[in-house]
Design a protein around this ligand. Structure first.
Ligand code: GLN
Length: 306
């Protein structure tokens, strides 16, 4: 792509789209437009209505670089550095999985059982999108997010600071009171439960752990297999490694009648249900996503009933 002074939004969009199509990018038109909006700090309407507006050299250069990256199948969200999830904008980078719309089912399901003041644990928190959404849409809850990756936790912390502090600030301003509330979210770098004190108890444990069978990872789209962190994808040989660990160990950390909710792959519902039932969870249920596929399994742990 070469710059000349008369280039318009419409022209560079067209060029960007063609380049992405040649590189076999699935939604070339959509991605070319989203990147252009991002590079020019504008929205869809402006691009549509003012398609004939000339592009500055800076805008053009930014767009060119973005298109080069996207042609290499770098996920759009790693280029723009953000992804919306549950109506909130999360920062992302290559150290975290891009939040998926499917995962909103897990959050929505957890919200049905979440009450004010509960304690929530998010195991394998990544960008923190699950925990931060739950805290954002509830009151006086406390959350702990655990991840093995220090780099991922850094992203989660940034997201919490921006999203949750904003919520506190707005609430305090509305009530005209000073913001003196304590921090309600904590991040722990740990291999699963290893570094969590067994005295810590939670009312809800959520997790979207890595659940792809190792052998399947290489069949996924390049965006995922070449650019997203393998650590966040690989559920080991049968894809169930993390469910076995989390389901077994969560019993120590759940309050009586506490609930465990996990996201699963579309073909893991019955296996994960069996793992939960065998570990003594009751009211185990498999929940479908909007595509009609199994997506979440949850169960209650009532220690004394075993
Ligand atoms: N909990 C994070 C998410 O849902 C990360 C999941 C993962 O790393 N497997 O996006």
């Amino acid at each position: 792509m070469l710059y000349n002074e008369e280039m318009t939004y419409q022209e560079i969009y067209q060029q960007g789209m063609e380049q992405l199509m040649q590189a076999d990018i699935q939604e070339a038109g959509l991605d070319a437009r989203l990147l252009l909006e991002w590079c020019c700090g504008t929205d869809r309407n402006t691009l549509l209505v003012h398609g004939e507006r000339s592009v500055s050299p800076e805008e053009y250069e930014r767009y060119r670089v973005c298109i080069v990256e996207r042609k290499k199948h770098v996920p759009l969200q790693y280029i723009t550095g953000e992804q919306d999830f549950m109506g909130l904008t999360f920062a992302v980078n290559r150290n975290v999985l891009v939040p998926r719309q499917d995962t909103e089912i897990l959050v929505e399901e957890a919200m049905r059982y979440l009450h004010d003041g509960m304690r929530i644990l998010d195991m394998c928190t990544g960008s923190g999108c699950i925990l931060i959404s739950l805290l954002h849409y509830s009151n006086d809850c406390t959350g702990v997010g655990v991840d093995l990756s220090e780099e991922a936790l850094q992203v989660a912390k940034e997201n919490a600071e921006r999203i949750l502090n904003q919520k506190k600030k707005t609430a305090c301003e509305a009530l005209c009171v000073p913001d003196e509330s304590e921090q309600n979210v904590f991040w722990v770098c740990s291999n699963l439960f290893e570094r969590l004190d067994s005295d810590e108890k939670f009312d809800i444990i959520v997790s979207n752990p890595p659940y792809i069978r190792t052998g399947v990872i290489d069949t996924l789209m390049p965006e995922v297999k070449e650019h997203e962190p393998r650590l966040a994808l690989d559920g080991q040989e049968d894809g169930l490694f993390f469910y076995r660990e989390i389901i077994a160990r969560a019993t120590t950390y759940l309050n009586r009648e506490g609930m465990l909710l996990v996201e699963i792959g579309y073909d893991q519902g019955e296996e994960v249900r069996a793992l939960m039932e065998n570990a003594g969870y009751t009211e185990v249920d498999v929940v479908k996503d909007f595509a009609g596929l199994d997506r979440v399994v949850h169960g209650v742990y009532s220690a004394n009933r075993r």
